[in-house]
Design a protein around this ligand. Structure first.
Ligand SMILES: *Cc1c(COP(=O)(O)O)cnc(C)c1O
Ligand SMILES: [Zn+2]
Length: 422
């Protein structure tokens, strides 16, 4: 039934059977790529077998996922993914770009991209009979795990830095997870989680550690593929998949590097299946104050040197990215790039997206800030079709949002007072 045949280490290429390892390569700690039986998949499925499914969630891609159906019908885990795409024409025109869209991941059940990863990890946890799932998180991964686990009645433990935005901490608590705030950074919480999981026998979801997170995140690539097929059909009658000239360019904000590597994996799956004939370009956007992966990319190396991260975009504030090598490759192997943006540019991006009806948290708006930067650097041009991802909701971090706008005036409740300020 399952097309999950094992893992391959992204560093040393060692191969493992599904039951042989759980997290990273025992030899070198490298991130493991999940291997699917492409030959079997190619014979069994056509694109229409997926695109004709009525399931409006990431579970429509079940044949291409390494987990069984987790069930949970009628709960929020069945609402993960299948996020809307909006046009950014009005915003993009002044940049001299004609075809720009935004995929709004804030529309996931817990309001961030992380639901994709957590939904699939929770399905894996159920398959292997894990009682408790644990994760380190700056907030969103934890909220997503807490929410998806709650949907299936599973137990979740979340370690977050005590500096996590209050809305995210509230979300964790309301979903009923065991929440432990760590007096330290996300990186401290990460290391502690790995130790706690080993000590107590918990299943660890940590980003860039558990190989199933990228498998969940790759579903965004599948959705982009499906959306693009439809969009492209309007451009060219033949509907040939991601074959337009120039190729589609995807902008995504990068912290640990697991979203960009997951999206890369999704497109690699589609390429291996022959469902696309051309790889889209992936552009990673990092905060200037948390740019370990961009630094490596620009130095032309894969080796990641940790930084001392500091940025308003808490979701991408990472000292040592845990999926850095694959994240560098995602841009390099697709003809993409990395750009970095300042906190001021991120705040400007929040204020720019808002009037289009899009409320992004700082890490979510960073991708738009990155496109503005890339346009200025000539990395994209007028005819390029471009899609940027808003990875998280502005409601997650209202304090940051208020820095992006000017405060509302407070007046006496009289018409005179209204007239005075208009
Ligand atoms: C986690 C996260 C990211 C970055 O994902 P990585 O896999 O850490 O690179 C970007 N935006 C938001 C809102 C996130 O929660
Ligand atoms: Zn290895």
């Amino acid at each position: 039934m399952s097309n999950f045949i094992g893992y391959r280490c992204s560093l040393c290429n060692a191969e493992y059977l599904p039951g042989q390892v759980t997290y990273t390569c025992p030899k070198d700690g490298g991130n493991l790529d999940v291997a699917l039986d492409y030959d079997s998949l190619r014979h069994k499925y056509q694109p229409e077998d997926v695109t004709s499914r009525r399931e409006e969630s990431l579970w429509r891609y079940l044949p291409l996922l390494p987990v069984p159906d987790p069930g949970g019908e009628g709960t929020s885990i069945r609402a993960a993914g299948w996020t809307p795409v909006y046009t950014l024409e009005r915003l993009a025109a002044p940049l001299g770009l004609r075809h720009v869209w935004l995929k709004d991941e804030s529309r996931n059940p817990t309001a961030s991209f992380k639901d994709r990863a957590s939904a699939v990890v929770v399905a894996r946890a159920r398959e292997i009979g894990a009682d408790v799932v644990v994760t380190a998180s700056t907030g969103n991964a934890g909220a997503a795990l807490a929410g998806m686990a709650a949907a299936l009645g599973q137990k979740a433990v979340i370690f977050a830095p005590k500096s996590a935005p209050p809305a995210k901490v509230a979300q964790l608590l309301v979903y009923g997870a065991k929440v432990i705030l760590v007096d330290g950074s996300y990186d401290d919480a990460f290391d502690l989680t790995v130790k706690a999981a080993a000590e107590f026998g918990w299943y660890c979801r940590n980003t860039g550690y558990n190989p199933f997170t990228a498998e969940g995140k790759k579903t965004a690539a599948f959705e982009i593929w499906e959306w693009w097929r439809d969009e492209h059909r309007q451009w060219h009658e033949d509907g040939s998949l991601l074959d337009s000239h120039p190729p589609l360019t995807v902008f995504v904000s990068v912290g640990d590097g697991n979203i960009i590597s997951g999206i890369h994996k999704g497109f690699k799956d589609l390429l291996a299946l022959g469902w696309i004939s051309r790889m889209p370009r992936l552009v990673g956007v990092q905060a200037e104050g948390s740019a370990a992966i961009a630094n490596a990319f620009h130095a032309g190396v894969e080796r990641i040197t940790p930084v001392s991260a500091s940025t308003i975009a808490d979701s991408i504030s990472v000292d040592l990215p845990r999926d850095g090598v694959r994240a560098v490759r995602a841009a390099r192997e697709t003809g993409g790039a990395y750009v970095t943006v300042s906190d001021a540019e991120i705040l400007k991006a929040i204020a720019a997206l808002g009037p289009l009806g899009i409320f992004a948290e700082p890490a979510g708006a960073a991708s738009w800030a990155g496109l503005v930067k890339a346009a200025g650097q000539g990395l994209v041009s007028e005819a390029d079709p471009i899609i940027v991802l808003n990875t998280g909701s502005g409601l997650k971090d209202v304090r940051a949002a208020m820095q992006a706008v000017s405060a509302a005036p407070i007046i006496e409740p009289t018409l005179e007072a209204v007239k005075k300020i208009l």
